[in-house]
Design a protein around this ligand. Structure first.
Ligand code: OSB
Ligand code: MG
Length: 370
């Protein structure tokens, strides 16, 4: 197999509503799509780097240059037998995992399409309806949050994740718990607390939460272990886990009892499979996180979620969560039972709407072997 051509597309897409976390507000999506030509098949994936480097160190403009000037040139013309060989070829470049993931995941899609099999099958998953939840941004008041959650539960979502931050935590969680005593609820702090807040965070133990995601530093593992020893609520790590080995370390010292898998955060599908395997071997459940993806990123999330270690509902909501008009056909839909049915067609299994993409494209680049 040879990577024959790479095309990059930078899109700007209006989101239905802004998404507020402890680190900022996302009002508009800018996203890089990567197309990879392999064996006459064209694979596609998206780069989940955000407009500003607030979730991690990557950002859209930087990721575009990373892909154009380093990653595509490193892979174009290279020979490989299987997409699992792609990730190691990019190891010589430090970090930049979201950019790496975009090109690697596009090659996986091309590989599956060339063989006429679904991406989930190429990844070793098995078909099943995937239970999904929804991530709810910080709202202006606890009452507003309860109203939002009510709507999402009515739409079928199986669990809700509430974004929290100092000043928007206990009261908000209490209001949701009071309104919906039996609904699976979790919270995500996106690194908004310090270890000194342990007593405050321990008060969350009263609300029977599935887990608290990334309460402490984005680059911390050790203090999370210290904190976990003081909480009944399981800690889930997101930002701190960049590699399968990070997860091994975190699990070894008791820093988390759950792991969030984001394909982009760990550098692609191969690394996601390894992360899944490490957690599964340790008996630690994983679930698939989200990065406000277009349908293309959502499709990759659906595929990885078919692996057996994904035993908790993920953040991969329906296309309609953020988009009036998604760039795939059909859109990702959530059943009234709160599941997504993985498509059975080749590759990601959704058609890409290039006509719609052309209307929201700001820039593009085409790269071929030199
Ligand atoms: O921490 O999981 C997170 C979105 C952007 C950046 C970080 C996170 C999130 C979400 C949203 O929680 C998940 C989604 O709806 O895609
Ligand atoms: Mg998170």
């Amino acid at each position: 197999m040879r990577l024959e051509r790479v095309r990059l597309h930078v899109l700007r897409m209006r989101m239905k509503e802004p998404f507020r976390t402890s680190f900022g507000v996302e009002e508009e999506k800018r996203v890089i799509l990567v197309e990879a030509d392999v064996e006459g098949a064209v694979g596609v994936a998206e780069c989940v780097a955000m407009v500003e480097p607030l979730y991690n160190e990557e950002w859209v403009e930087g990721a575009f240059l990373m892909l154009r000037d380093f990653l595509a040139p490193a892979l174009l013309g290279a020979d490989f037998d299987h997409p699992r060989e792609v990730a190691p070829k990019l190891d010589f470049i430090r970090g930049n995992r979201m950019a790496k993931s975009a090109i690697e995941s596009a090659i996986w899609d091309a590989y599956a399409k060339a063989r006429g099999i679904p991406l989930w099958e190429a990844l070793g998953g098995s078909w099943r309806p995937i239970p999904v939840g929804i991530s709810v941004g910080i709202q202006p008041s606890p009452e507003a949050l309860v109203r939002k959650v009510e709507g999402y539960l009515a739409a079928g979502y199986r669990r809700v994740k509430l974004k929290i931050a100092p000043g928007a935590d206990l009261e908000y969680v209490a209001a949701v718990r009071r309104a919906f005593p039996d609904v699976p609820v979790m919270v995500d702090a996106n690194s908004a607390y310090r270890l000194a807040d342990a007593d405050h965070l321990a008060r969350l133990d009263d609300y029977d939460l599935m887990m608290i995601e990334q309460p402490l530093g984005h680059d911390d593992i050790v203090w999370h272990a210290r904190l976990q020893s003081r909480l009944r609520t399981p800690i889930c790590l997101d930002e701190s886990i960049h590699t399968p080995e990070d997860a091994e370390k975190a699990i070894a010292i008791g820093a988390c009892r759950v792991v969030n898998v984001k394909i982009g955060r760990v550098g692609g599908l191969e690394r996601s499979l390894e992360l899944h395997d490490v957690c599964r071997a340790a008996g630690v459940p994983v679930w698939c996180g989200g990065m406000l993806e277009t349908g293309i990123g959502r499709a990759h999330n659906v595929a990885i979620t078919t692996l057996p270690g994904f035993t908790l509902p993920g953040d991969t909501a329906a296309s309609s969560r953020y988009w009036d008009e998604d760039i795939i056909e059909p859109p990702v839909v959530v059943t009234p039972e709160g599941t997504i049915l993985p498509p059975k067609g080749p590759g990601i299994g959704y058609e890409v709407r290039w006509d719609r993409i052309a209307r929201v494209r700001e820039a593009e680049a085409e790269l071929v072997p030199s």
